[in-house]
Write a protein that binds this ligand. Structure first.
Ligand SMILES: *Cc1c(COP(=O)(O)O)cnc(C)c1O
Length: 392
């Protein structure tokens, strides 16, 4: 718990953020094991988020693939994805720290909506920073956040997208920490965020492990999840990290190819992939050019479209405990269709990446038992799917 995962992680923050980060770390360490805090969080997860989420046997798709498949249904959590586990946890922590205001960054708007939701439920005011380009692309989520009582502030710097929104939120926090907590949206950023966000998502892995043991009578051979910043994946993996017999696979966005700007596959081998470096306060693996400039990324799924990855995944890749692979936009879109038609579930395009990888690699897992984290529901992506397929 020193903020390091192997040689990755740490706290590379400007002087103005060191105080806020240390205050947060102290509060989190004190509260996370406090029975009253744990009980209040457990009650929120049960009565508000709707946990435990189901572990659904995917009998038709599993049959086609020749393996036994269980889906961990984070799509059934309130607001339709795993992100609410983290925002409810962090907003409750903020409230217990005596903060009255939370801020967040958001790209596609999913984390912004989840933060606004938790803030409304717990009675804190909420400001969400969002690139103006993203606000235009995700107008419905902007409106959702406003309906939930949040203020959405347009970010006009840089590329006017997610990484600029993170910078703006950090600037706000440095100036407002007295009454404000910054709700970071994935297992990223300076210590204690990667460890803390993982902690709030461990419930995914804890539930999945108990559920698969109850349903199948044994541990799975494989646990697989998509990896943007890496929060849903580390949540699932945490349940099986100590079980050496369980293979762990994270699936990144392969976009349209391995050229610069065409993907977000930080662990892709060779020239196209990422190298160690620092972004947003953490030493991790990130996509950068020869001069260390952060590269542009592309993915059909907004939640996977980020140049860096959580430092714990960088360490798991380096140690070999987990493997990271990628699938293309086209493969993810085909998997979206396939899960819809075989299982009656529209998966988020992010989650579709994990499904796509399993479909492609199924032969190697014949007869095996697989748990796949369905990180979110696909209703938000229906318009993107329609456009990508040219269905008018
Ligand atoms: C945000 C998001 C992701 C990617 O974030 P992680 O931190 O990598 O989990 C994946 N799936 C869904 C549905 C999301 O909303």
């Amino acid at each position: 718990m020193n903020g390091r995962f192997g040689r990755f992680g740490g706290r590379y923050a400007p002087e103005t953020l060191m105080g806020p980060l240390m205050e947060l770390e102290a509060a989190w360490r004190r509260l996370k094991d406090e029975p009253a805090f744990a009980a209040e969080l457990a009650a929120l997860l049960k009565d508000f988020v709707g946990r435990p989420t189901a572990l659904t046997p995917a009998v038709r798709l599993g049959g086609e693939l020749g393996l036994t498949l269980f889906l961990k249904r984070e799509d059934l959590a309130h607001t339709g994805a795993h992100k609410i586990n983290n925002t409810v946890g962090q907003v409750l922590l903020a409230k217990r720290m005596g903060k009255t205001r939370v801020i967040a960054e958001t790209g596609a708007g999913q984390h912004g909506v989840a933060t606004a939701t938790a803030a409304a439920r717990l009675g804190l005011s909420c400001v969400v920073y969002m690139g103006s380009v993203d606000m235009e692309r995700q107008a419905l989520n902007v409106y959702r956040m406003r309906l939930l009582g949040a203020e959405v502030r347009a970010v006009e710097s840089g590329s006017k997208t997610l990484k600029d929104a993170v910078n703006e939120a950090m600037r706000d926090w440095a100036a407002s920490v007295k009454d404000t907590h910054y709700v970071l949206g994935s297992a990223l950023g300076p210590h204690p965020f990667p460890a803390m966000v993982r902690g709030f998502h461990e419930v995914i892995g804890t539930e999945a492990r108990a559920q698969v043991l109850a349903a199948a009578g044994r541990l799975p051979d494989l646990a697989v999840a998509c990896v943007g910043g890496g929060s849903n994946a580390i949540g699932l993996f945490s349940g099986f990290l100590a079980d050496a017999s369980v293979a762990l696979v994270g699936v990144e966005a392969g976009g349209t190819g391995f050229g610069p700007g065409e993907h977000a596959a930080r662990f892709a081998p060779g020239e196209g992939g990422g190298r160690p470096g620092i972004l947003h306060g953490s030493f991790t693996v990130l996509l950068q050019d020869g001069h260390g400039q952060v590269r542009d990324t592309h993915s059909v799924s907004a939640g996977l479209d980020y140049p860096a990855v959580g430092p714990e995944h960088a360490a798991l890749a380096e140690s070999g405990r987990a493997r990271y692979e990628s699938v293309t936009d086209a493969e993810a879109l085909a998997a979206f269709d396939r899960l819809a038609r075989t299982e009656g579930i529209l998966p988020a395009l992010e989650s579709s990446h994990a499904v796509a990888w399993l479909c492609r690699e199924a032969k190697a897992w014949k007869g095996k038992l697989v748990v796949l984290n369905l990180s979110g529901r696909g209703d938000k992506d229906v318009e993107s799917v329609r456009k990508a397929r040219g269905d008018g």
